[in-house]
Ligand binder design. Structure first.
Ligand code: FES
Length: 148
């Protein structure tokens, strides 16, 4: 009997703004557009609410990748929440790179509520990116530290 190696299925957490990306994901679902079930969406009133600790906590709890999806630039309902989120994501990407964790495991996207096709495209592309990167190194690192 041959053994088949099971393909790695990444766990992806998506912090989404309810005015745009969350609504776009909802529209994609209503339109029966297929996107990977790997993506777990978390609804926020605005991506400006995304704290860096939320992102780190998602990784700590086992996410292999995290993305933040907010309104189109200059269309945030709270003026500049998406710009604040983008700045936090860009900073954290550098931190993750410096730690050897991989900044590519984190990304920021912008879309409107009508852009269900964009949400689907992002979900597919990001899932494939994380699949190529492999499982999160966090648990391996943690077990290495605890073993010392
Ligand atoms: Fe959507 Fe601010 S209201 S990102």
């Amino acid at each position: 009997m041959s053994e088949h190696k099971k393909e790695f299925e990444p766990v992806i957490v998506a912090f989404t703004c309810e005015h745009c990306a969350y609504a776009a994901a909802d529209l994609a679902g209503l339109s029966k557009m297929h996107f990977p079930p790997n993506v777990r969406t978390i609804r926020l009133p605005c991506t400006g609410k995304v704290d860096m600790l939320y992102i780190l906590r998602a990784f700590e709890l086992g996410a292999d990748g995290v993305f933040v999806a907010g309104c189109l630039k200059d269309q945030c309902h709270y003026v500049d929440g998406n710009y604040k989120a983008e700045a936090r994501v860009m900073f954290l990407k550098k931190v993750l790179d410096a730690l050897g964790f991989g900044g590519d495991r984190l990304e920021m996207y912008f879309m409107s509520s009508a852009m269900s096709d964009k949400f689907v495209e992002v979900a597919h592309e990001f899932t494939e990116r994380i699949r190529r990167l492999g499982p999160t190194p966090f648990f391996k690192r943690r077990s290495e530290v605890l073993a010392k």
